[in-house]
Design a protein around this ligand. Structure first.
Ligand code: E4P
Length: 217
């Protein structure tokens, strides 16, 4: 399972990279705005800065919603750095753009996916990644994890190569549940990855080992 961090905050990306288990970064326009990154040039520069910190894929989202605009923006983003993956929303022109990018060898992440049908369409269009937003489904009392399971079943039935990128992860149990269900990638806050570290018995056990060592040394 690949670990992506879902942020545009460079310090957090550095922290995650230093942990040694980071495989990539996802961003979206809200995350960029949260960091105060505005204006086309600053936004493009920020994507390059992220690519220079992390070793893996960096999802950069288009703002356009028409085919021509998505293609223009996506090509500009893809040209920025070889690690860039063009993030395209699950809308009609987005599906057409996914097919266009796929035919051109430009890697994509189909975002804002909330149903198995949308995921099927993204795979048919040749998306590299599909991003089901499980946390946002949980927020409205729907079952986000079930969506991951349904997409896994569909993709395995037809051997689709599109990778399931479990997005909108909110906490560590989401990461573990997605791993059990066979999601290819998770993206979430750094805390959801760091939570995997923790177990009280580890802390108690280490404290005892160190205390026993001190007795004889
Ligand atoms: C995915 O690529 C999105 O950026 C993200 O996971 C959305 O998460 P949120 O629902 O916590 O905003």
């Amino acid at each position: 399972m690949k670990f992506f961090i879902d942020t545009a905050n460079l310090d957090q990306i550095r922290d995650a990279q230093e942990l040694g288990v980071l495989d990539g970064v996802t961003t979206n326009p809200s995350l960029m705005a949260k960091e105060g990154i505005t204006g086309r040039n600053n936004i493009l520069k920020h994507y390059v800065d992220i690519c220079n910190i992390v070793d893996g894929d960096v999802s950069a989202e288009v703002i356009a919603t028409d085919l021509k605009g998505i293609i223009k923006e996506g090509e500009e983003l893809a040209d920025l750095h070889e690690q860039i993956v063009v993030k395209v929303p699950m809308i009609r022109d987005g599906v057409k753009a996914l097919k266009y990018f796929s035919d051109k060898g430009i890697r994509t992440n189909c975002t804002l996916v909330f149903s198995p049908g949308q995921a099927l369409l993204a795979a048919k269009a040749g998306a590299t990644y599909v991003s089901p937003f499980l946390g946002r489904l949980d927020d409205i009392s729907s079952d986000g994890l079930n969506l991951i399971a349904e997409i896994r079943l569909i993709y395995d039935n037809y051997d689709f190569q599109t990778q399931i990128l479990a997005a909108s992860i909110r906490h560590t149990m989401h990461v573990i549940d997605c791993a059990k269900l066979g999601a290819d990638v998770m993206t979430g806050p750094l805390s959801s990855i760091e939570g995997l570290l923790k177990h009280p018995l580890t802390d108690i056990g280490l404290e005892k080992f160190l205390a026993d060592y001190k007795k004889g040394n």
